[in-house]
Design a protein around this ligand. Structure first.
Ligand SMILES: *Cc1c(COP(=O)(O)O)cnc(C)c1O
Length: 400
């Protein structure tokens, strides 16, 4: 009490005490004006690559930022907000239940934990020690990938199979879950539909990672109806929500269990994969905006950007351009440029370096290699396709 009185006395003697309002708003303006990247010596670039985490992936629309800023000013009960936002997201995409996670990787971890523990409090406290618990995840050999680390973080062993017969024989009373990486579907013998059927027949929850598979629009709703028990998507790729957010949706009992395995519960496997009210509301608003987008209009715009860039170099002799669309994952037009290096004397990797070093700096798609330069056009902002076109022409012409 004495301390508190002294504190208040000290405050009232501060000359600024009565001016906190206006002083604060001047200060906010000053902070809004600062050029943080310049101060830190970080050079921003034009994203002619795509939604890559290492490049900060996508930009949140102003509406999402406004919503996040708005909710940042009040305190609310976090579990109740997660439940309510989750229910809203579920109804938006036609899923039974949903929750906001820390990205698709966070969703993989929370969902796997849910399949192991259910709502058993003792099991939730125990993992990743799986003594006496289900401790195996069945996966096709060709569906192993880096992000399954988020699954393995729960302590499970990955049981690799190649055929439906092998999968059936691999099922034991230790099987917690079956994992399917959607972008690897062409690589595996068992396709998504059959995988779901096998899961139901064997009584094992099926989990699909569709992190980057939300185009063409309507895919989210399709995945909600696909029969998979759990689905993971990135919030900060094509959906343009917070880069630190994702969505886990599917069976209600599993979503309930997944929520118990993460923040705010301090003694849980995914406590470090925290999301707060800003990510929750940001994700919800980004999804609202995403579901209103017009695929035909966006498709036309991406094709136009690709054509504009292709046209800018088409007069150079020895160059060929082609628009390619990946079948699954990042299903949007990408411009591929190949040229005869005896006529344009710069290699694609050197052209990539020159674009990055130039002004403005431009990052092209990391799929670019020794033989071709790949340009992703969907994260370009208004006016940037023209800049990419001009810079590309300059770089190639300088060596023609
Ligand atoms: C990007 C990606 C992830 C990780 O998503 P985050 O939202 O960054 O956590 C997981 N799986 C696949 C297939 C991805 O493409």
């Amino acid at each position: 009490m004495a301390n508190r009185r002294r504190f208040l006395q000290a405050l009232s003697t501060l000359p600024l005490f009565t001016k906190i309002g206006p002083a604060a708003s001047n200060s906010v303006q000053a902070y809004a004006k600062r050029d943080y990247f310049a101060e830190l010596g970080i050079r921003p670039f034009i994203n002619a690559a795509g939604t890559f985490t290492v490049m900060t992936a996508s930009l949140m629309p102003a509406e999402v930022m406004a919503a996040m800023e708005k909710v940042s000013r009040q305190f609310v009960p976090l579990p109740k907000l997660q439940d309510t936002v989750g229910a809203k997201i579920a109804s938006m995409i036609g899923a039974e239940a949903a929750m906001v996670t820390s990205g698709a990787a966070g969703a993989l971890c929370c969902g796997t934990a849910a399949c192991i523990t259910g709502t058993d409090q003792k099991a939730i406290l125990q993992i990743p020690d799986l003594t006496g618990l289900k401790n195996e995840v069945i996966v096709q050999k060709n569906h192993r990938y880096g992000y399954d680390h988020a699954v393995r973080a729960c302590g499970v062993r990955m049981i690799e199979v190649e055929t439906a017969g092998e999968l059936e024989r691999a099922r034991t009373d230790r099987t917690a879950m079956m994992l399917f990486a959607n972008f690897l579907e062409p690589e595996g013998a068992i396709k998504a539909g059959e995988f779901v059927k096998l899961g139901k027949k064997l009584g094992v929850p099926t989990f699909i990672d569709c992190a980057a598979d939300v185009t063409p629009y309507g895919r989210l709703q399709q995945f909600a109806k696909s029969g998979f028990d759990l689905v993971a998507v990135s919030g900060g790729k094509a959906i343009c929500g917070p880069q630190s957010a994702g969505i886990l949706f599917g069976r209600k009992d599993l979503i309930e269990a997944a929520k118990l395995n993460t923040s705010p519960y301090s003694d849980s496997i995914a406590r470090g994969m925290k999301v707060n009210k800003e990510e929750l509301i940001g994700m919800m608003v980004a999804l609202e905006l995403f579901l209103k987008r017009d695929w035909d209009a966006d498709w036309k715009e991406y094709q136009m950007r690709a054509k504009l860039i292709a046209d800018s170099v088409s007069s150079l002799s020895g160059i060929t351009t082609e628009v390619e669309v990946p079948e699954i994952a990042n299903h949007v037009p990408h411009l591929h440029l190949r040229w005869d290096e005896s006529r344009i004397r710069i290699s694609p990797p050197d052209a990539k370096k020159a674009l990055l070093a130039g002004d403005p700096s431009i990052e092209v798609n990391p799929a670019s290699n020794r033989n071709e330069l790949v340009i992703g056009v969907w994260m370009l902002q208004p006016g940037e396709a023209q800049i990419v076109a001009k810079r590309l022409r300059e770089v190639l012409r300088a060596n023609a």
